[in-house]
Ligand binder design. Structure first.
Ligand SMILES: [Zn+2]
Length: 116
């Protein structure tokens, strides 16, 4: 799902998309000339390996997303900023990178979580 930076008002606009069993929804609003703020939620299920026994299991995601999206290069690095260079925001890319981020955390399957 693509959304042009030009079409994002400062009052915000809602978005919603799905990727497999994961839903990403929320709103984006113009924060400054080249910067858009994205507030949303990622909910659903992903399959990831347990960090203790390495078995794949279904992990339920329920994460809040609060990040900034830049139209072009963003030089100040005090914020979490995702840069896009073709004038539009690709929400699928954001969702995929957020899922990768979640996957890179430690997760234990229910079996291992019970035997802590
Ligand atoms: Zn396990």
């Amino acid at each position: 799902m693509l959304l042009s930076f030009k079409k994002i008002p400062s009052s915000g606009i809602n978005f919603k998309l799905n990727c497999e069993d994961v839903e990403f929804f929320g709103s984006v609003s113009k924060a400054s000339k080249d910067l858009v703020r994205c507030l949303g939620n990622i909910r659903g299920k992903i399959v990831c390996p347990c960090d203790r026994c390495a078995d794949d299991f279904v992990y339920e995601i329920d994460e809040k997303v609060d990040l900034f999206i830049s139209d072009g290069m963003y030089n100040r690095n005090f914020l979490e900023v995702i840069e896009f260079f073709d004038g539009s925001i690709d929400f699928d890319t954001i969702l995929k990178s957020e899922i990768e981020l979640i996957k890179s955390d430690y997760h234990y399957c229910p079996k291992c979580a019970d035997n802590k």
